[in-house]
Design a binder for this molecule. Sequence first.
Ligand SMILES: [Zn+2]
Length: 304
Amino acid sequence: MAGAFTDLPFVHPLAPGVYHVRSPEKGRFPHCHSLLIDAAQAVLIDSGIGQERIRALDRVRRIDVLIISHSHPDHILAWTALADRHLLLPAETPDAAFDILALGTRFTGNPEDGAHWAQRIGGQHRIAALRPPDGRFGPGQILDFSPVQLRALRAPGHLADHYGFFIPGAEVLWTTDIDFTGFGPWYGNPEADIDVFAEDIRRFAAISARVTCSSHKPPVFGDAADAFRAYQRALARQRRQVWELCERPRTLEELVDLSPFYRHRFPDRRTQQGFERQLIGKNLALLLRDGKIAERGGRFVQVC
Ligand SMILES: [Zn+2]
C-alpha cells in the first residue's frame, strides 16, 4: 500500500471511486486509456496503459479484477501483468482470443495475413493471447462492485465483442472505441459493420452523461453531443472519399493502393493493405446498395 491513486500523475478522479487512467503516448496505438474502479474491489477496464502504469496502480491497491472491453491488441496489451487476477471477458469474445495466430486470422480474414499480423503487430508490441476468463458479461448486464456499478453496453459495429460501460449515479460513460479520433470510426476487421457502428454511435449519444470517456482521446466533460455528431459525420466523410476515387473506374486493389484511409502511413504495408481493403470494401458495398456507384467488369465507378 503506497499513497493514493491520485498521487500518480496519470490518474484523474471522475467521481467517487471512479478514475480515468491516462496511457502513455496520449492513448495512441498500441496503447489505450483505462477506467479504474476503487470500490469493494479494485477493477481495471483494459490493460493498454502498459505494464509500468499497471504496476504503479497495483502498488497503491492490489487490482482484483481485469475487465477487457474487447479483444483488440491495444486493449489487451500488457494484460499478463494481471494474469493471476479475476478476468472478465465479453460473452461474445471467441476462442480465437486465446491463440495469437487464430486472433490474427480473425482480424485479417485469412491464415496467411493472420500469421503476418501475429508476427509483425503482435510480436512488435508483445501482444499475448488472452486466457479463458473467470467470468463473462453480456449486453445490458450490471456488474456490481458495490457501491459502484457498471452497465455493460455492447457496441458490435467496431468488433463483435466490443463493449462500452455506463456508471449510473456517477453518470460516467465509457465509450471505448467510439473514440472521437480524427480518423473517425474504424471498422477494418472482417466482422465489423458500418451501419451497425452508426447505430452504436446514435445509441451512446442518447445516453445522458456528466463525463464521456473514450479509449484514445481525453475525457469530454459536460455535453458530448458535438463530439458524437462530429464522429458520426466522419462516417459520411469516409464514404465520400471512397466515392470520389470512383470518379474513374477502379478495382478494389487500385483503390487500396491509393490508401485513402491510411495515406500510406501505417507502419506495416501488408497489414495496412488488409485493413484498408476492409475499410474501402465495406464503403463500396454501401455505395453500391445506395446506387451511388456501379460495378463494371470488376471496376467501381460513380453513377451519380
Ligand atoms: Zn478496438
